[in-house]
Each structure stands twice: as C-alpha cells, then as structure tokens.
Design a protein around this ligand. Structure first.
Ligand SMILES: Cc1cc2nc3c(=O)[nH]c(=O)nc-3n(C[C@H](O)[C@H](O)[C@H](O)COP(=O)(O)OP(=O)(O)OC[C@H]3O[C@@H](n4cnc5c(N)ncnc54)[C@H](O)[C@@H]3O)c2cc1C
Length: 303
C-alpha cells in the first residue's frame, strides 16, 4: 500500500466524508436527481447517476439496492440529461452470473420504459468475465445497454473483438483498480497510449465511445482521432467524475459541441459510500497532505 493510501485509510469517517463531499451528490435520490438536473439546466452538462455500493453479499441488501434504483428511475422519469450506472457486486454477482444478470435485466427493462440508458461499470479483473458476459447477453434485447473497458488490462484488445458488431455504448478508461503486473500495464502513460489506440478501434468498429478521463491531452487527442476518422460529434462523448475541478475545460468542450457527462454518485447509507470516496481521495494529488495536516491539527488540538 502506498503512503497516500495508508494516510487516507487512517482518516476517520467524518474526515473522509468532509473531504469527499465534492465527489458525492448527497444522501438521497432527491439530492442526486436535483444535482443532475442543475448540471443540465445551468451548464448543459449530462450526468450518469450511480448509487454507491460494492461487494454486497447479503441478499436483503441487494434487494434494497434494486429498490433504490427502481425509485430512482421513477423519480427521474423520461428526460434527456441522465443515464444510470450500476455495479455487478452491488447486484447479486456473489451468487453467480445468471443470478446477477436477472437482477440487472429487471432494472434495465424498467429503465427502458422511460428511455433511460444503463451502463454496467467495470470493477476489478475478477469481475471482467462476468460483467462482459452479462453485457453481451443483455444488449441483444436492450440495445442501449452499455459497459466499460479498462485500457490497462492486457485482455482488453481481445475483449474489444468479442463485442464486434454490437454498436454499443462503451466507456473507455484506464481503470481505477490496481491490477497485478502479470495481467495489466502498470505505468499510467502506457495505459493512456493504449486507451487512445483502443478508442480508435472502437470508433472504427462503429461503437459509441465514452471517453472517461480528466487528462486534457488525452481528451484533445481523442477528439483529434474522431476528426481524422470523420466521426461526428454526436457519435461519442467525454465523461468525468463530479468533484474533479475541471469546470472551465468541460464548458469549453460543450461550447465546441461535445457532450460532457459527469458521474454523479449518491448514497442513502454512508457505509456504501466509503470505498468510492477513498478511491477519489487517493486519486486527488493534494489529498494526502490535507488529511495529514488535519489529523496533526486535530491531534495537537486534543492535547
Ligand atoms: C465517468 C467515469 C467513469 C468511470 N468508470 C470506471 C469504471 O467503471 N471502472 C474503472 O475501473 N474506472 C472507472 N473510472 C476511473 C478511470 O478509469 C480512471 O481511473 C480515472 O478517471 C483517472 O484516470 P484519468 O484518465 O483521469 O487520468 P489521471 O492521470 O489519473 O488524472 C488526470 C488528471 O485529473 C486529476 N484527477 C484525477 N482524479 C482526481 C481527483 N479525484 N481529484 C482531483 N484531481 C483528480 C489528476 O490529478 C490529473 O491531473 C471512471 C472514470 C470516469 C471519469
């Protein structure tokens, strides 16, 4: 574990909550929907709303998660600014692919009634097969169903071949999970070079790529690739995480006619938000120093 991760893990829950607040829309469906609506109304920024939660292995909690997504869909209704994102390990993957697929299909079918698109997030490499199996099975009946590929994994070139002809919404990102060097690239610049190569293949294969990155150079180069291949601006989008301070660049892209979508997470129960928040803090370069300063200040103050 790196020093930054170690410090972040040391931070008490209220401190994590405080520092992570820019990355989370709130603790209710209403807060998430209002956040997404405000992004759209004020800036024409789209959202993908996500109920935080992962590694859920209690059936009642899975049912609770399904219930929240159902209420979220009813609350959003038909609109043009928000999709939903969800994770296999919050929706029954602990009981196997078929079980998880059935649960996800229920949510996808309900969302479809309101023209709401769903993306199945990609978790660590233990879930790649399950996620892609579910994706390939469900897209047949639900053509707007999308998923995610991680450029750091060696297998991704083959995975792109396995979705050939599906004309799918594919979020392409470097991937947030630290994977073993036997199966994945370990240097960020290599992951980013690979992302651009794979993006080009996705374009050529007729998919709708969703470029998920905060790296301006990567985004600019992605747009160059689209232009070189004569891909229209409505055939791809750029995605970023809510809370990462990129507003000016997002507005610049929107002025250029590119769709920008933010990942808008929320949680009704804090225990489900903790892992996501810690990953966000770990990705923020200044965060370990802030937390350390705060911990020292608090400790000194208590004496
Ligand atoms: C919409 C969206 C959905 C995603 N879905 C998935 C998924 O399903 N599975 C998965 O494995 N990964 C997912 N990711 C994460 C993604 O794979 C990357 O890990 C993450 O975006 C960081 O990579 P980057 O390309 O932004 O490059 P980086 O080099 O990591 O970041 C570029 C710049 O953004 C800054 N930055 C990044 N994060 C923060 C932060 N939290 N606070 C402040 N500054 C920051 C960096 O400091 C750097 O300057 C998703 C990302 C986005 C944007």
């Amino acid at each position: 574990m790196g020093l930054k991760k170690f410090i972040i893990n040391l931070a008490p829950t209220p401190l994590v909550k405080l520092f992570a607040s820019p990355y989370v829309a709130g603790d209710s469906i209403q807060a998430a929907v209002e956040t997404a609506h405000t992004f759209w109304k004020e800036r024409h920024v789209c959202s993908t709303i996500d109920l935080l939660g992962e590694e859920i292995e209690v059936d009642e909690e899975v049912q609770y998660t399904v219930g929240v997504y159902e209420r979220l869909i009813d609350s959003l209704g038909a609109q043009e600014f928000a999709t939903l994102s969800l994770k296999p390990t919050q929706l029954g993957s602990h009981r196997g692919t078929q079980h998880c697929q059935k649960i996800i299909e229920g949510i996808v079918a309900k969302a479809e009634q309101h023209d709401i698109k769903i993306t199945l997030d990609m978790e660590d490499h233990m879930l790649t097969d399950l996620t892609l199996d579910i994706f390939r099975a469900l897209i047949k009946e639900h053509p707007t169903f999308g998923t995610v590929l991680q450029s750091r994994l060696f297998r991704t070139d083959e995975d792109i071949k396995s979705i050939s002809g599906l004309n799918a919404r594919i979020r392409i990102c470097i991937g947030i999970y630290n994977e073993p060097k036997e199966i994945a690239l370990t240097r960020k610049p290599d992951m980013k070079t690979k992302l651009l190569e794979q993006l080009e293949v996705l374009f050529k294969e007729g998919h709708y790529p969703e470029i998920a990155s905060h790296d301006k150079e990567i985004i600019r180069e992605s747009i160059n690739i689209a232009e070189r291949l004569n891909i229209k601006k409505d055939q791809y989008e750029v995605q970023m995480l809510m809370g990462v301070p990129m507003r000016a660049f997002q507005d610049e892209l929107i002025r250029e006619g590119i769709l920008v979508r933010l990942y808008v997470p929320f949680a009704e129960k804090w225990k489900y938000a903790s892992a996501y928040c810690k990953r966000r803090l770990d990705a923020n370069p200044a965060m370990a120093a802030y937390i350390l300063k705060n911990l020292i200040y608090k400790t000194a103050g208590k004496r």
